[in-house]
Design a protein. Structure first.
Length: 467
C-alpha cells in the first residue's frame, strides 16, 4: 500500500521561531522577548528571517514538491497589545505570505496561537485569566474575517499541554514557574475554552474551510509491567493527553479524568472545578471540529516515584542529562534498546501508531487526524554545502511507515508535516538544535537542502517510504 493520492505532505513552522523582526514593523512584545533577554543566551532574532525570506522558503517548497506549509500568525503582530488597536503592517504581512503560498501551489495550514500570547495579556495572567480567553476569541474572529479567502485550514492552538507544563511545571517557558500543577491544569482548561469559542465563531460565522486543534500526544508506557508503573503511566497520560483529548472530543471531562486531575491538584494544594457554563460551550464546539492535529516526537516509559518534584531540562544536547520526576505521578526513564536523540528524546515510532489507534478507539467521533509535527532535533554539520542528516531521514521514514500501517488499519490520517520546514529557533534550546529539511546559515540567512529534503521529495513523488 502507498499513501493515498490526496495525502498531504507538508513542512511546519511557527511565527516566533522563524520570522525574526520580533520588535519591529509594529509588532507588540511577547513574554519571550524579555524572558530570553534575561537569560542572555538565546534570542528570537533573527531566527530564520522568514519575515523577509518567505518567498525563498515557498519557492523551495515548490521545487521540492512540498504542497503544504504550517504557518502561525503572531497575535501581537496583528494586535500589538493583544486587544484593541490593529497593526495594519502585520495584517498585510500575512496577506503577502498567503498570496505567495498560493502562487507556489502551497496550501497554508494556519495556527492562531503557537506559544506567543501578547505580553500585556501574559502579564495579566495569560490563560489563567479569563480575560485572555475573550481576547483570544476576538483575535481568532478577526483572523477568520480577514483571511478566510486565503486560508482554508485552521488550528486554534498549538500544544495545550506543553504550553502549560513548560510555563508552570518545567519552568522553561515564561513565566518560568516550576511544579505548580494546579496552574497548569487551569491554564489548559482555559485554553480549551478559548479553542471552543474560536471554533464556534468559525462555524457560526459560516466561513469556508475547516478547523481543529493541535495537541502534542506522547504515549506513556509503564516502565515495567507491574501495577505501580501502570498507575504512574496512567496518571501522566491523563494529565498530559487524556485531559485535552476529553476536552477536544467530548467537550467535558470523564469521571476517570476528573478523579485523577482533582487528586493531582489537591496533592499540590489546589483544586479543579470547571464552570458548567464553560463546559456547555466546549461541548458544542466538540461536535463541530473537523480534525485533530497531532504532534508526535517521542514516547515515555514511566516508573512510579515517591520522591519530591525534580525536573532538569536538557537544553544543550548533552546526552543523558534530562530528568523528569513528578511527585505523585512518576519518573520518566530511559529504556534499554530504545535510542534517544542528543536531547534525550526517545525515538519510538510505535508510540505514534499506538496513540493514533487509541484515539480511534477511545474517541470514535474523531473525523480526521493530521500529524502536524514530527521530526528530529540533530546537530547538523555543514561541509562544503553538503548536509548529511541520514539519522533524520531514518527517523522520518520509520514514522511514516507506522503511519501507513495506521491508515491500513482504518485510521483517518489525512496528512503529515515535518517539523521543521527549514531550521528555526528552538524555544529553550536555541539554534544548535536543528530540525529543518533545509539548512539555514543564520549569519547569511541562506538556505541549503539537506539530504532529508531530497529524501522527503522522493517520498512525496513515490507516495511511499523506503521499506
Ligand atoms: C513542539 C513545538 C515546536 C517545536 C518542536 C520541537 O513542541 O510545537 O514549536 O519547537 O516542539 O521542540 P524543541 O524545539 O523544543 O526541540
Amino acid at each position: 500500500m502507498k499513501f493515498p493520492n490526496d495525502f498531504v505532505f507538508g513542512g511546519a513552522t511557527a511565527a516566533y521561531q522563524c520570522e525574526g523582526e520580533t520588535r519591529t514593523h509594529g509588532k507588540g512584545k511577547v513574554a519571550w522577548d524579555d524572558f530570553l533577554a534575561a537569560q542572555g543566551r538565546l534570542s528570537g532574532d533573527p531566527a530564520s528571517d522568514f519575515y523577509h525570506q518567505y518567498p525563498v522558503d515557498l519557492d523551495l517548497c515548490r521545487k521540492f514538491h512540498i504542497k503544504a506549509i504550517r504557518i502561525s500568525i503572531a497575535w501581537s503582530r496583528i494586535f500589538p497589545e493583544g486587544t484593541g488597536s490593529i497593526n495594519q503592517e502585520g495584517v498585510d504581512f500575512y496577506h503577502r505570505v498567503f498570496q505567495e503560498c498560493h502562487k507556489n501551489g502551497v496550501e497554508p495550514y494556519v495556527t492562531l496561537h503557537h506559544f506567543d500570547t501578547p505580553d500585556t495579556l501574559h502579564k495579566a495572567g495569560d490563560f489563567l485569566n479569563k480575560d485572555t480567553v475573550e481576547a483570544y476569541a476576538a483575535y481568532a474572529k478577526f483572523c477568520f474575517e480577514e483571511y478566510h479567502q486565503e486560508v482554508k485550514y485552521w488550528f486554534t492552538f498549538n500544544e495545550v499541554w506543553p504550553v502549560a507544563t513548560n510555563q508552570y511545571i518545567e519552568g522553561t517557558f515564561p513565566p518560568g514557574i516550576k511544579y505548580d500543577i494546579p496552574k497548569a491544569i487551569l491554564s489548559m482548561h482555559y485554553m480549551m475554552l478559548a479553542h471552543a469559542k474560536a471554533v464556534l465563531a468559525f462555524k457560526e460565522g459560516g466561513y469556508p474551510g475547516q478547523i481543529g486543534v493541535i495537541h502534542s500526544l506522547e504515549t506513556k508506557y509503564p516502565y515495567e509491567d507491574n501495577e505501580e508503573d501502570r498507575l504512574a503511566a496512567k496518571k501522566e497520560d491523563i494529565l498530559a493527553n487524556q485531559f485535552v483529548l476529553d476536552a477536544t472530543f467530548l467537550g467535558t471531562y470523564t469521571d476517570e479524568t476528573l478523579a485523577v486531575i482533582r487528586d493531582l491538584a489537591a496533592l499540590n494544594g489546589g483544586d479543579f472545578n470547571p464552570d458548567p457554563a464553560d463546559l456547555a460551550i466546549m461541548k458544542k464546539a466538540a461536535s463541530m471540529i473537523d480534525y485533530l492535529g497531532m504532534n508526535h516526537y517521542q514516547s515515555h516509559f514511566i516508573k512510579s516515584y515517591d520522591g519530591e518534584n525534580d525536573i532538569f531540562h536538557n537544553g544543550t544536547g548533552e546526552k543523558g542529562t534530562n530528568r523528569f520526576r513528578l511527585k505523585g505521578i512518576g519518573e520518566r526513564m530511559f529504556k534499554e534498546g530504545i535510542e534517544t536523540t542528543d536531547w534525550d528524546w526517545l525515538i519510538y515510532p510505535q508510540g505514534m501508531y499506538d496513540m493514533i489507534m487509541r484515539i480511534k478507539k477511545q474517541y470514535p467521533m474523531y473525523k480526521a487526524i493530521y500529524i502536524t509535527e514530527n521530526g528530529m532535533g540533530y546537530k547538523d554539520t555543514f561541509e562544503d554545502g553538503f548536509i548529511d542528516d541520514t539519522p533524520r531521514c531514518d527517523y522520518i521514514n520509520k514514522h511514516l511507515k507506522v503511519l501507513k500501517q495506521a491508515i491500513a488499519d482504518g485510521a483517518h490520517v489525512k496528512g503529515y508535516f515535518v517539523w521543521s520546514l527549514m531550521d528555526v529557533f528552538s524555544w529553550s534550546n536555541g539554534y544548535n538544535k536543528r530540525y529543518g529539511l533545509f539548512y539555514v546559515d543564520f549569519e547569511t540567512q541562506k538556505r541549503y537542502p539537506k539530504c532529508s529534503a531530497y529524501y522527503y521529495k522522493m517520498v512525496i513523488d513515490r507516495k511511499d517510504v523506503i521499506e
